[in-house]
Ligand binder design. Structure first.
Ligand code: CP
Ligand code: NVA
Length: 313
């Protein structure tokens, strides 16, 4: 399906946003079209009050810059309110169950809850018991909001998805997993170049292959050849222990100008951020003319607003 021939209805088939594997291509397009409309309004200072009288809980279990600020600002801009709940200040930190927390949060008039840094199993359990929409703001295995924002950014920059190739270089982590699902669902080809032992989850790769071309390789030239986008992420994620051996193994997966030279001439560089210059990417690439990382970060705002608007309708 071609996004540019799609007519949005501004509704989605899901009551929650847990992971991209649950979403249809239409759901993804609906969110991207609404994010585009939200961004257009934001740029001229218009803020539709679609969250008026609505309060969103942000239940966060780890640190965040982009996810937190883009939700807090997005909710304010849409006329809503939020409660920021650090997980370690709730009774979850003292052993209260996910079930009790989920059921109880649905009793206070909240309109949705954003979970950050729960496991995927906990996100599913939370949603099972929740009477209000649950949004996954990052888990150990997935980061759907980031990849929706990235798809929106790619659509803005490249104007389409069909026949584009994205190469992801480095750790096969939550970003790699969600990129496989998101890109394959919008008909992009995706190549992953990861070392043995750090490849994306096997079930995700198999699922992605049902929708599109997913190549898993340990050959950077094969991965990046003909790529329109080169993407990387940190070697050590927030849920990982610091691991010098892993960093040593991944060191040769750093995206440098030599890596970018293997891609198409008009290729762009993407990173979900936070980034470590000199580790997974060289400063000259992330700070260079091909980098669109700040657009990705900005678009988190517009995607979050679209997600909240459609899920709390
Ligand atoms: N990309 C992302 O999720 O950033 P934060 O960890 O700062 O929220
Ligand atoms: N893979 C990274 C993504 C951060 C947005 C992490 O989980 O820390």
């Amino acid at each position: 399906m071609d996004i540019n021939k799609y007519t949005p209805k501004y509704k989605i088939s899901q009551g929650n946003l847990l992971r991209l594997s649950d979403m249809t291509t239409e759901d993804i397009f609906e969110l991207l079209y609404l994010a585009k409309a939200m961004k257009k309004k934001f740029k001229v200072g218009e803020h539709p009050p679609v969250l008026k009288n609505k309060t969103i809980a942000l239940l966060f279990g780890n640190v965040s810059t982009r996810t937190r600020v883009s939700f807090e600002m997005g909710i304010r801009q849409l006329g809503g309110d939020y409660i920021f709940l650090p997980k370690n200040e709730t009774q979850l930190s003292r052993g209260e169950s996910i079930k009790d927390t989920a059921v109880m949060l649905g009793r206070y008039g909240l309109s949705a809850v954003v979970l950050r840094a729960f496991t995927d199993a906990e996100v599913s359990e939370f949603a099972r018991y929740s009477s209000i929409p649950v949004i996954n703001g990052i888990s150990d295995e997935t980061h759907p909001l980031q990849i929706l924002s990235d798809l929106f950014t790619i659509w803005e920059v490249k104007g389409r998805f069909d026949k584009l190739k994205i190469a992801y270089i480095g750790d096969g982590n939550n970003i790699a997993n969600s990129l496989i699902m998101g890109c394959s669902k919008v008909n992009m080809d995706i190549a992953i170049d990861s070392p043995h032992g750090y490849s994306p989850a096997r079930d995700v790769v198999e699922r992605g292959m049902q929708f599109g071309n997913v190549l898993i390789t340990d050959d950077v030239t094969e991965a990046v050849r003909g790529a329109d986008i080169v993407y990387t992420d940190v070697f050590i994620s927030m849920n990982d222990e610091d691991d010098e051996e892993k960093k040593r193994i991944l060191a040769r997966y750093r995206v440098t100008k030599e890596t970018m030279a293997l891609a198409k001439e008009d290729a762009v560089f993407m990173h979900c951020m936070p980034a470590h210059r000199g580790e997974e990417v060289s400063a000259e690439v992330i700070d260079g003319p091909q980098s669109i990382v700040y657009d990705q970060a900005e678009n988190r705002l517009h995607i979050n607003k679209a997600v909240l608007a459609l899920l709390t309708k």
